[in-house]
Design a protein. Sequence first.
Length: 149
Amino acid sequence: MSNCFYENGLNFQCQRCSHCCKDEPGFVYLSKIDLQNLLTCYNLTKEEFIEKYCRFVPYYDGSEVLCLLEKENYECILWDNGCTAYNARPIQCSTYPFWSYILKNQQTWNDEAKECPGINKGEKVSFTDIQKAKEMYESNFPLRKSDLK
């Protein structure tokens, strides 16, 4: 184990406040796995799902990638008093808050806790589980528009 601030685990328990699903603008990028899970969940074709629930947005590398729509009030398109696709939610959602940039150091973790009431609350999440979520997040690449042709 490396000498990182979370080598003994971190406390996190989702408080179901849904702040990460609404309230502020954001992007929920969809990977091939995410899209397939959502197609199964909603029993839609790829074309139907993308037309109803998605948009393409510019990505860091200059490409356009698949992203969930958000409503005018910044709610995720899949949010309706909770996630309507909870068991099929995108990896980006299911791995939060164990994202690379949030786990950079104690300060970035505590800064995120100002936005998320579940951080530093509840049961301890093990180093192994944190690393697994972080690796899933890091290896989950959004679908490019060119990949869908």
